[in-house]
Design a protein around this ligand. Structure first.
Ligand code: ATP
Length: 501
């Protein structure tokens, strides 16, 4: 109905203006005032005003209380969830804690790598405590104009209180992602705008009266806790820190199950295998794996996700999309020898660990070997790291053995090797003993680095030289098929070893 009136109005106004002009009325001031009024109305509609903290419609949908998200829908993270729920109970049982004289909680800090579920935790907290949920990101407070960030912080708290009262809730949870953007260490001088924003946040936190409803709890998230100003971390502010880490195997499996709920899995597909092969993946990456696997199934017109789709999806998330890079045949041959070098060493030092050898380009890589970690590792021995370095050096060693020289294809392998040597030095696993970088000269470090890498390169070359027949057996098949599964590779490996024995 209102649309019809609007259209009639739009048609009527110009006719009226023309009529008035014919009557000799000066319509220019009317036109000017209408244009000005229209523009103002338009600006107010599109910007949504500062009252919505930092944005327009997007922000509104972000802030809607996520009534659907519970802690059960967050996979793994059992310890973090337990700690968080315990802290949230302070908000729920505020009467009890008052009796014991416990200081109520104002701020909770979630720390951990990107994509591990910190935002999910904040949303689930709002559901758990039946609170209003407001979200903002540190970067939204950063503006060119001094004072704008601070006024946005003020508005955010004001809005949270107003919404809680309007919706009849006792609590409001304000989630601030990337808190390090505004909460970084204050060094004075240049960062006036950042300082004002942070000061305003601290003032608002100090002004939270935890005894009267609506009670406000701030949950902040960061990947860089060490960057935060100590004023933010002191008791009474963000004094509860909860680590949200990358999931272990059990956690990965739980996350995969959550995201597989709405996807048909073919018979025989085990998510266990996917959980095994995704060591180091975050929750967001695991969600990406299932999504990509479903896309592969759709491309192939399959009604359900198969294990091969999941395997390709892991590669896609880890390495990037398969590229159409046309490689010259001699280049592809070199890549095949290089990857076989990695795979053979991996199979020798850790039998059964190769999951796939590929010579089709993906992302920036021309070929790659995917490994199965036997189980999640958080502690590494010297032998384990040396084996890893030899696997990394295997590509360059194979090129030297076959072509008598290396290519630029080993750059990434060397970077990995150097970082592992650095790790060994810092952990006191080298002949330098237990050191601090300041105690030794650059020359000493360089010398030790060379000694370790030269010895490991020599061992790698010797091991590969003893397996020339594996190269001969696998090379032609790898060139033809472009992908060798771990099982096929092992069959070829075992056949060559038993033949040469
Ligand atoms: P960032 O630090 O980059 O903001 P974050 O830690 O806040 O990341 P979320 O935004 O919570 O990560 O997670 C991103 C997506 O990853 C979620 O929408 C969800 O699909 C998936 N995800 C991450 N962790 C989990 C988990 N533990 N269980 C289920 N899904 C998860």
């Amino acid at each position: 109905m209102s649309k019809i009136y609007k259209e009639i109005g739009i048609g009527f106004i110009p006719v009226l203006l023309v009529f008035l002009a014919f009557q000799g009325v000066n319509v220019i001031p009317i036109l000017f005032v209408s244009v000005l009024g229209g523009s103002l109305l338009y600006m107010m509609k599109t910007r949504g005003g500062i009252g919505t903290a930092a944005g327009g419609g997007d922000r509104k949908s972000k802030n809607r209380t996520p009534s659907f998200l519970t802690f059960d829908e967050i996979g793994g993270q059992d310890r973090a969830k337990k700690e968080l729920m315990e802290a949230l109970d302070f908000l729920i049982k505020h009467e009890e804690i008052k009796k014991l004289g416990i200081r109520p909680l104002k701020g909770l800090l979630l720390t951990g790598p990107p994509g591990t579920g910190k935002t999910l935790m904040a949303k689930a907290s709002a559901h758990y405590t039946n609170s209003v949920y407001m979200a903002a990101s540190g970067s939204e407070f950063v503006e060119m104009y001094v004072g704008v960030g601070a006024s946005r912080v003020r508005d955010l708290f004001k809005d949270a209180r107003a919404r809680a009262i309007k919706e009849g809730k006792d609590n409001a949870i304000i989630f601030i992602d990337e808190i390090d953007v505004i909460g970084g260490k204050r060094e004075g001088g240049q960062q006036r705008e950042y300082d004002q924003t942070l000061n305003q946040l601290l003032t608002e936190m100090d002004g939270i009266h935890t005894n009267e409803a609506p009670r406000i709890l701030i949950i902040a998230a960061t990947n860089r806790k060490e960057m935060l100003d100590s004023a933010l971390l002191r008791p009474g502010r963000f004094d509860r820190h909860i680590e949200v880490d990358l999931p272990d195997k059990k956690g990965r499996l739980a996350i995969l199950h959550i995201h597989a709920k709405n996807k048909p899995l073919a018979e025989g597909v085990t998510l266990e295998q996917t959980a095994d092969q995704t060591f180091g993946f975050s929750g967001a990456q695991l969600e990406g794996v299932l999504n990509e696997a479903a896309i592969y199934a759709m491309r192939e017109d399959k009604p359900a996700l198969e294990q091969t789709h999941l395997a390709s999806a892991i590669d896609k998330v880890m390495m990037g999309e398969r590229t159409d890079k046309e490689t010259a045949n001699d280049e592809k041959e070199r890549v095949a020898y290089h990857e076989l070098g990695h795979a053979i060493i991996a199979e020798l030092v850790r039998p059964g660990s190769v999951s796939q050898v590929t010579v089709s380009p993906r992302g920036k890589a021309l070929g790659y070997v995917r490994h199965n970690p036997p189980q999640d590792h958080y502690l590494y021995t010297k032998d384990y790291i040396e084996d890893q370095i030899m696997i990394a050096l295997g590509g360059a060693a194979a090129e030297e053995m076959i072509y008598g020289g290396r290519s630029t294809g080993s750059r990434n392998d060397f970077e990995q090797s150097l970082s592992m040597v650095r790790n060994m030095m810092d952990a006191g696993l080298t002949s330098l003993g237990i050191i601090d970088r300041e105690m030794v000269t650059k020359e000493q470090l360089m010398k030790e680095n060379a000694v370790i890498l030269d010895a490991l390169m020599l061992r790698t070359k010797k091991m590969l030289d003893e397996q020339r027949s594996v190269f001969e057996h696998s090379f032609a098949i790898l060139m033809k098929e472009e992908v060798l599964s771990g099982d096929t590779f092992r069959t070829l490996f075992d056949a060559s070893v038993s033949q040469s024995a």
